[in-house]
Design a protein around this ligand. Structure first.
Ligand SMILES: CC(C)(COP(=O)(O)OP(=O)(O)OC[C@H]1O[C@@H](n2cnc3c(N)ncnc32)[C@H](O)[C@@H]1OP(=O)(O)O)[C@@H](O)C(=O)NCCC(=O)NCCS
Length: 147
């Protein structure tokens, strides 16, 4: 799907609280949506290619009423399958915050491992403090998996 990307902003903002940040990368890369058989949007996944052989998941979000039902796993697994068919892609990376405990569980269950930590990234780059589950989001973690 490549229809009007702006239409997916509310969904993309579930994964990134900064509209400015989401808008900055929205025109780049590929945006995939996951639909019900009736054509309703369940989730969205945004990919970019920061380096040769590397694809980055810039955003993945499942609508709140559909979360926790296996849609995120299905969406990500189908994208990994698609990427496996592209011989040029070796590695998939994703970045998230230290306070996003549920997301860290999700990615690790999908085979991603923590590879890098950028200390104080969210303190430097985000205007407002982010707190999740009582934890201040300070550090950006990069997780990766081979295909
Ligand atoms: C993260 C997100 C995409 C996961 O999608 P989902 O459809 O809710 O996840 P699924 O139901 O497919 O779960 C897949 C696996 O991850 C685990 N998981 C998902 N969310 C979890 C959480 N918050 N805590 C612990 N485990 C979690 C599930 O237990 C499941 O494990 P299993 O397959 O071994 O049973 C979804 O919760 C979401 O859109 N969140 C808001 C946006 C966001 O934060 N995006 C990520 C930005 S980094």
């Amino acid at each position: 799907m490549q229809k009007n990307r702006e239409a997916y902003l509310p969904l993309l903002l579930l994964a990134d609280p900064s509209e400015e940040m989401v808008r900055r990368y929205l025109p780049e890369g590929e945006l995939y949506s996951w639909l019900t058989s009736e054509g309703e949007t369940v989730g969205v996944l945004h990919l970019t290619a920061p380096d040769d052989g590397v694809v980055e998941i810039k955003n993945i979000a499942v609508r709140e009423q559909y979360q926790g039902q296996g849609h995120g796993r299905s969406l990500l697994e189908s994208i990994l399958k698609l990427l496996r068919e592209r011989e040029s892609v070796e590695k998939v990376i994703v970045r998230t915050g230290n306070s996003s405990i549920g997301n860290l569980a999700f990615y690790q269950k999908l085979g991603f491992r923590i590879m890098e930590i950028e200390h104080d990234y969210f303190v430097r780059e985000y205007e407002h403090p982010i707190v999740e589950d009582g934890i201040r989001c300070r550090d950006r973690l990069m997780l990766a998996r081979t295909l």
